[in-house]
Ligand binder design. Structure first.
Ligand code: IPE
Ligand code: IPE
Ligand code: MG
Length: 266
């Protein structure tokens, strides 16, 4: 596939010990609060602290991309008060955190259909993205009003408008650059907290060959140790990308000395 990153279906991506990109469905805030006889929104508030801790943990572990599902395209179905609290929380977090993210070399990205958000929130998002655009220590992506189906469709529509003459012949390499997260490699590790084992319309395209880790730990209780458990599990996986185990072993033997080729005609 053309572009900066290897598509897992077009070529075999290189695999390291530390996942280069971790994508997380931060679930279980409501249940965390309910267990403590608190309103659901108290769980969301606490969840922001876990986000802070995860950014720190990912930086110190050398993870390059952290993607967090904050609000799905289906979360509008929740009670209006909860939705409006989440929006306020998002605004507050942006106002309070951008400076710190920037100081720590974090590049912020927000993906999703922002047209549904109030202009003040969109302006804050754009400001935060612009301010941190040149940072390279960690790319933190917040998926807000994001849906995997929305993403594939918006990419398809952009492509169809750009190249109507090729309709019927589009390939993966034509579509991929239009996806919302074209600036990042595909996630190596997908984590969902809160006990559910489903994708809930998160990164449908990009999770094609990601390793999945589900934990019952509720998001406000998730911490660096829990992250290390997920990464340890990831390290035990054999990422075959369609090949056999023997093939995987054959292409990744212990490091060997590279002997320069001899020019036979010399
Ligand atoms: C995840 O926690 C946060 C958002 C979806 C915004 P939930 O609010 O879904 O928590 P549970 O699943 O009800 O416990
Ligand atoms: C997924 O969690 C979305 C986010 C974490 C933002 P949900 O709590 O909305 O998912 P379902 O409804 O249980 O599938
Ligand atoms: Mg939930």
């Amino acid at each position: 596939m053309a572009g900066k990153f290897t598509s897992s279906t077009q070529a075999i991506p290189s695999v390291g010990d530390v996942p280069r990109h971790i994508a997380i469905i931060m679930d279980g805030n409501g249940r965390w609060a309910k267990k403590r006889f608190l309103p659901r929104v108290a769980g969301h508030k606490r969840g922001v602290e876990t986000v802070r801790a995860m950014v720190k943990a990912c930086i110190s572990r050398g993870v390059e991309y952290l993607t967090l599902f904050a609000f799905s395209s289906e979360n509008w179905r929740r009670p209006a008060e909860e939705v409006s609290f989440l929006m306020k929380l998002f605004i507050g977090a942006l106002q309070g955190e951008i400076g710190k993210l920037h100081a720590n070399g974090v590049r912020l990205k927000v993906v999703g259909d922002l047209s549904a958000f109030e202009p003040r929130l969109v302006a804050l998002i754009r400001e935060g993205e612009a301010k941190t655009a040149n940072n390279s220590r960690l790319t933190l992506t917040i998926a807000a009003n994001y849906g995997g189906r929305w993403d594939i469709l918006q990419a398809m529509n952009q492509l169809a408008l750009a190249h109507p003459e090729n309709a019927g012949c589009y390939g993966e390499a034509d579509l991929a650059p239009h996806l919302a997260m074209a600036y990042a490699p595909e996630p190596d590790l997908f984590i969902r907290t809160g006990g559910e084992q489903r994708i809930s319309n998160f990164l449908l395209w990009q999770l094609a060959y990601s390793e999945f880790h589900f934990t019952a730990t509720l998001w406000p209780d998730f911490d660096a140790t829990a992250l290390d458990v997920a990464v340890a599990s990831y390290r035990t996986r054999e990422r075959r990308f369609g090949r056999t185990s023997e093939q995987v072993f054959a292409v990744s033997p212990a490091p060997t000395l590279v002997i320069p080729a001899v020019d036979e005609d010399a």
